[in-house]
Design a protein around this ligand. Structure first.
Ligand code: SAH
Length: 339
């Protein structure tokens, strides 16, 4: 059965039409769920009993569970237990401008990036839209705070779970839903080219981030097996198309791996690839884990890389670090111990 929290307003409108009811009931349901935060269908008092009974027959309203919460300064890491006893994680960061959440999109991940903890567990399954929506609802209730921005950068490759991710985005962006503005939603992908092109056409103008991490095919294929399917050339062409269709600046993520991809030569090559494009490079200091041989670039190397990009005319920032002490930083989420 479908969980009501995985339905977009449009899905619900179609549902009500199918059962010969007025479309506006979809808005009423959204108001109960997302504005009043009432999750008991019997309490939807402006919807008549007969329809409530029908809703209860057609939908569930079960919640995933917070299994554990860890805290480190202004960062919280949540471990969630799904209804089938799988585990995922989300990270919440308190900024002075608001509260952001990094949500997971899959149980495990099949992309196999050599430096990422999340990929050590192969994909078990996609998350349904409701399981991603509920990460936000549960955290908001737990912290008594509203989430103001969402990054889809937790466990999983979101574009490998495209339909559910689009439903999730529609639900949280809906003015009658959680009402998070498109400009406060960011999706990060390792570069699934056909899906990037599809994403450029959706009407909600979210931010797109691309995990790039290396300026040559030789190196990128070593670090990210996905590059063997979609090479740098095809990926850059997709980014150009995306820029043309959306006119939205794209973020290029670049994890700084000591002596692997952090030379000045790499910075120059990276600049050559992106010069003149409406992008900025976000340098991510590598978060070390026990399971991989990579180490973090030195402060000096990060500075040199940064300066080189700047000199070459590329906008660049260094990602602020959160959550390292509780393994909540980029690439450290894994859902459960897998040895
Ligand atoms: N699958 C998506 C989103 C998840 S990863 C993607 O690939 O973009 C979020 C970001 O963290 C990616 O840029 C990823 O490459 C990066 N990352 C992975 N492991 C990391 C680590 N150990 N330290 C720092 N960043 C890491």
């Amino acid at each position: 059965m479908t969980n009501l929290l995985g339905m977009t307003k449009k899905d619900l409108e179609e549902y009500f039409e199918q059962i010969d009811e007025k479309k506006y009931k979809a808005t009423q349901v959204f108001e109960w769920l997302y504005q009043k935060r009432v999750f008991d269908i019997d309490s939807f008092s402006n919807i008549k009993k007969e329809i409530r009974e029908q809703l209860k027959k057609d939908f569930t309203l079960d919640f995933i569970k917070i299994e554990k919460r860890q805290e480190d300064h202004l960062t919280y890491k949540y471990l969630f237990r799904l209804l089938d006893d799988e585990f995922i994680e989300a990270v919440v960061m308190m900024h002075d401008y608001g509260t952001s959440i990094c949500v997971s999109s899959q149980v495990g991940c099949n992309m196999g990036c050599r430096f990422c903890e999340s990929g050590r567990l192969k994909k078990v399954r996609n998350l349904n839209a409701y399981e991603i929506v509920e990460q936000i609802l549960l955290v908001e209730k737990d912290l008594g705070k509203r989430i103001s921005s969402v990054v889809i950068m937790g466990i999983g490759e979101p574009l490998d779970n495209y339909d559910n991710i689009i439903s999730f985005i529609e639900i949280i962006n809906d003015a009658k839903g959680i009402a998070i503005g498109a400009r406060h939603i960011t999706l990060s992908t390792c570069g699934l080219v056909p899906k990037i092109l599809e994403l450029s056409k959706i009407p909600i103008q979210i931010n797109l981030a691309i995990s790039f991490h290396a300026p040559t095919d030789e190196l990128r294929s070593k670090l990210m097996p996905v590059n063997k399917v979609y090479s740098i050339d095809t990926l850059i062409r997709a980014i150009k198309d995306y820029l043309q269709v959306t006119s939205r600046r794209v973020t290029i993520e670049y994890v700084m791996l000591n002596n692997v991809n952090d030379s000045i030569e790499c910075a120059r090559k990276l600049a050559d690839l992106f010069r003149g494009m409406n992008i900025y490079v976000n340098l991510i200091p590598y978060n070390e884990t026990n399971h991989f041989e990579f180490s973090r670039s030195s402060k000096e190397n990060i500075k040199k890389f940064y300066d080189t990009l700047k000199k070459e005319g590329i906008n660049v920032t260094v990602r602020k670090e959160f959550g390292g002490n509780i393994d909540a930083a980029c690439g450290q989420l894994r859902g459960r111990e897998i040895g």
